[in-house]
Structure formats: structure tokens, C-alpha cells
Ligand binder design. Structure first.
Ligand SMILES: NC(=O)c1ccc[n+]([C@@H]2O[C@H](COP(=O)([O-])OP(=O)(O)OC[C@H]3O[C@@H](n4cnc5c(N)ncnc54)[C@H](O)[C@@H]3O)[C@@H](O)[C@H]2O)c1
Length: 386
């Protein structure tokens, strides 16, 4: 009981994710409202803004009424009043910063991917265990209303035996010549930690693992559909990373059933879907389709019986045959929901469920996906331990 104050050093807050999702949508409202735990303990948070550009940080601090901003990581980590180090920098800078933070005794909460190689990702867990600190890695998709509903259907046994899962993710990212690109240019440079596989397979790993079952093997084909793009300064550059990844994943449910998942991920596709990502699960007793927010389902008893006849136009309205799955609860922003869970874990001194090893399995899936594509073969996932 009582009040616990946590000071959080937030590095990379001038970036897209750091600013919008973590600072503005999560930590600032939490600073305003506080967080009340079930036992009556109240958590209060105070951010320190961190980055490379003093002017940007100073302006942001003034805009949001935040007292401290810093550019010197070592100085911040030497400060005993700092409890948590948060990292939303570009991926290539993460390993070094997280290592330093844990060795300085700080709990860490971090964006994904945690590292650029599997070896480094596992090494982070070893460092964490030796330092005895808590660690949480962003698994935001599992907190999205649509995926929360999908997981509930799985837990309720709605699907019967799950057979397959499919996912469609992507949208058109402009090349940057006539219209500015809506994603940072480093995303398209392998040498800067970019690439669709590296970016999204770590998400898909925890989505599949958290909803259906662990990934046992991957077969993937990656592509760089758009070879030249234009950067933030308007200069043309070679896209050295993949901008699309087509993956087949072999899963195993906790009950031991095999499930085949297929996920297409592309920044060179135009959207004819209801949402930018959609997943479908088919089972013997029912199926469901979910986006970020909405989820619809169809039971075995409501399943139509189409007959293939290419000579007749389709008159059935297949989309009308699905029923909306209600949330039956207020589901907050996913990033904030995970922050709240992590902060409660820190205060209660218990491990956070989405930890560095789970993140390492995500990095492993990305690495194996790239390997599968490069070598033209199926790659099995080895069990990881620190
Ligand atoms: N959870 C998610 O859904 C999600 C979505 C997008 C990105 N991410 C992850 O978040 C991290 C940040 O991605 P973003 O899209 O916000 O990127 P961004 O380019 O908008 O921001 C990157 C941040 O890192 C800093 N930085 C440090 N060194 C840099 C360098 N050498 N070049 C450029 N920036 C540098 C920038 O100042 C900025 O604050 C990445 O690791 C990415 O994988 C997660």
C-alpha cells in the first residue's frame, strides 16, 4: 500500500513510436492519472526525455511540462533516482543501451526487436538475470482489442480443433520521390537494421505463440519489390532490405495439435481489407477473422455450403454471414495497457510475462525467416534458453 514513484528514462522519444505510443498515449496519461493497483498501492511516474538532439528534447519537454531531458545515457544511468530505462531508439542502437542500463541496475522496458542477432537477444537475457532486474518487451499486438477477442475465442474453445491461421499485413509505403514516404528510410536499409522480416516476424512470433501455439518451423520468401526509395532529405537511395515477406509457419498448440499459419507482410501492397492487419483462424467448430479492433466469427452451425460453379455469378453475401464478437469490456490503448502491467510487475517484484526470451524467440523467427528465404528451405526453430 502507499505510493510508489517510478522515474523512467525514455530514450528515442523523438521517434514515431517513442513519442506517439509510449510518451503521449501511455506515460503522459499515466503521469496525469496515476495507476492504482488492486491492493490499493498507487504508482506515480515521472519521465526523463532522452535522445540525441537537445533542441528537439527541450521543445518537447516544454510542450508537455516535463522537467528533465538528457542526451547523455551514462549520466542518466548513474543517477540512482532513475528506476526504469525505456528504449525506442533505432534497433541498431538498442543492444548497447539495454546492456548498459541493466548493468547499472535499471529495470528495462523496450521496443522490439531487442537486438539485431539472436545471439545478442539471448545475451540480453543472461545480462538481465545476472543483474537481477525486471525486463519487459513491447508485445503490443496482443493487447489490441481485436486480438484480445481472438484469444478469448481460443481460450473458450470456440474453434474446436484449430487447423490453420492466416494473416495479411501491409499497405503501400510511398517511395518518397513525388510523395514523402510515411515510414523512416532506415526501415529499407539492411545495414541500419531495416527490413520487413526483421520488423514484423518478431511481432508475428508472439502473436502466434500468444494466441495459437509455439512456432516450430518456418518457410519464408522475402522480396525487395521497390529497389530505389527517397529519404527524408529527398535523396535517392538503394533499398537494401526486404520490403515484403511471405511466410509459412508450423505451430503446435499447447494441447499438441499441429496448426499451419501463413502470413503475408508487405509495404508494397494496396489495401482491400477492413484493417491494415487481419488474421483468420479456422477450426473444426468455427472460424474468426480479426483486425486491430473488430472481430467477427462464424460457428459450424452457421457455416454456408457453397458449391463451386464457375458458370454462375456469386450471389451469396459471404461477409454478411459472420457475427460480431463484442469486447464486453473497455480495452485501453495496447501500449498503455502493457506499460501498466509492467509497472505493476516492477512494483510487485515479479517477472513480466513478455520477457527478453520471448523477444529472443521473435528475433530467432526473423533470423530463420531470412535464412529460409536465402537458402530456399524450411528452417526449424530450436528451443532457446539463456
Ligand atoms: N511496436 C511496434 O508496433 C513498432 C512499430 C514501429 C517501430 N517499432 C520499433 O520502434 C523502434 C523505433 O522505430 P520508429 O519507427 O519510431 O523509428 P524513428 O526513426 O521514428 O525513431 C527512431 C528514434 O531513434 C533515434 N535514433 C538514434 N540513433 C539514430 C540513428 N542513427 N538514425 C536514426 N534515428 C536514430 C531517433 O532520434 C528517434 O528518436 C524500432 O526499433 C522499431 O523496430 C515498433
Amino acid at each position: 500500500m502507499g505510493t510508489k514513484k517510478l522515474t523512467i528514462a525514455m530514450n528515442g522519444v523523438t521517434g514515431r513510436m517513442g513519442y506517439r505510443q509510449h510518451l503521449v498515449r501511455s506515460i503522459l496519461p499515466l503521469r496525469e492519472e496515476g495507476l492504482e493497483l488492486p491492493d490499493g498501492t498507487r504508482i506515480e511516474v515521472e519521465p526523463i526525455l532522452m535522445g540525441r538532439r537537445p533542441e528537439a528534447l527541450e521543445a518537447m519537454a516544454a510542450q508537455h511540462g516535463i522537467e528533465r531531458w538528457e542526451t547523455d545515457l551514462d549520466k542518466v544511468l548513474a543517477d540512482d533516482s532513475v528506476d526504469i530505462y525505456f528504449d525506442a531508439q533505432v534497433t541498431s542502437r538498442r543492444m548497447e543501451a539495454l546492456t548498459k542500463a541493466m548493468k547499472a541496475g535499471k529495470h528495462i522496458f523496450t521496443e522490439k526487436p531487442t537486438a539485431e542477432t539472436l545471439e545478442q537477444a539471448v545475451e540480453l537475457e543472461r545480462i538481465r538475470a545476472a543483474a537481477g532486474v525486471n525486463a519487459g518487451v513491447v508485445h503490443d499486438k496482443l493487447y489490441l482489442p481485436g486480438l484480445v477477442k481472438l484469444r478469448r475465442l481460443v481460450e473458450e474453445g470456440f474453434f474446436g480443433r484449430i487447423l490453420s491461421m492466416r494473416g495479411e499485413f501491409g499497405y503501400w509505403v510511398f517511395e518518397g520521390d513525388h510523395q514523402p514516404a510515411q515510414r523512416p528510410s532506415w526501415n529499407y536499409r539492411k545495414e541500419d537494421g531495416g527490413g520487413m522480416t526483421v520488423d514484423m516476424f518478431c511481432h508475428w512470433n508472439y502473436v502466434m505463440e500468444g494466441i495459437v501455439g509455439k512456432v516450430e518451423a518456418v518457410t519464408a520468401k522475402t522480396a525487395t519489390h521497390i529497389p530505389t526509395r527517397w529519404d527524408e532529405q529527398g535523396n535517392a537511395y538503394d533499398a537494401t532490405a526486404d520490403d515484403a515477406a511471405y511466410g509459412i509457419f508450423e505451430l503446435r498448440t499447447p494441447g499438441g495439435d499441429p496448426v499451419i499459419a501463413q502470413i503475408n507482410s508487405s509495404w508494397a501492397v494496396r489495401v482491400f481489407r477492413d484493417e491494415l492487419v487481419e488474421f483468420q483462424i479456422d477450426g473444426t467448430h468455427g472460424s474468426a477473422v480479426t483486425g486491430l479492433f473488430n472481430c467477427v466469427a462464424q460457428q459450424r452451425g452457421h457455416t454456408p455450403k457453397p458449391v463451386w460453379n464457375p458458370d454462375l455469378p456469386t450471389t451469396e453475401k459471404f461477409r454478411d454471414q459472420w457475427l460480431d464478437v463484442p469486447a464486453n469490456a473497455e480495452l485501453p490503448n495496447g501500449f498503455r495497457a502493457q506499460w501498466e502491467e509492467f509497472l505493476a510487475d516492477v512494483v510487485n517484484d515479479r517477472p513480466h510475462r513478455y520477457d527478453l526470451l520471448s523477444a529472443a524467440r521473435g528475433v530467432q523467427l526473423a533470423e530463420n525467416g531470412l535464412k529460409s528465404s536465402a537458402e530456399g528451405r524450411r528452417v526449424e526453430m530450436e528451443e532457446l534458453s539463456a
